[in-house]
Design a protein around this ligand. Structure first.
Ligand code: FES
Length: 106
């Protein structure tokens, strides 16, 4: 089963197989989404903000809780490399912002 994924702010769309991560989907259509650790959930650079379809992603895992923290999770940030697509999703690639959480590497 395929699901539609839209990446903001450019509005680029793709359809991907269930279980594909947001990072894989972004790379498939040539979007430059940082992923310093290569998708191993240790850098936090692949974070995206979910605009629609938060419920259509795999549940937040322990690494995301540790790397993103409560505040960013409440703002619907996810690690793209950890978020598996289970339905239509719209995700925003944020402007790079200064790091306030020391665990998040630039
Ligand atoms: S690519 Fe490093 S945490 Fe996702």
């Amino acid at each position: 089963m395929e699901h539609r994924v839209t990446f903001l702010p450019k509005g680029k769309k793709t359809s991907v197989k269930e279980g594909t991560t947001l990072l894989e989907a972004a790379m498939e259509i040539g979007l430059s989404l940082r992923h310093k650790c290569g998708g191993n959930a240790t850098c936090g650079t692949c974070r995206v903000q979910i605009e629609q379809g938060h419920e259509n992603l795999s549940p937040v895992n322990q690494r995301e809780i540790e790397l993103l923290g409560e505040e960013r999770l409440a703002q619907k940030f996810r690690l793209a490399c950890q978020s598996k697509i289970k339905g239509p999703v719209t995700a925003k690639i944020p402007h790079w912002f200064p790091i306030s959480n020391a665990k998040l590497e630039d």
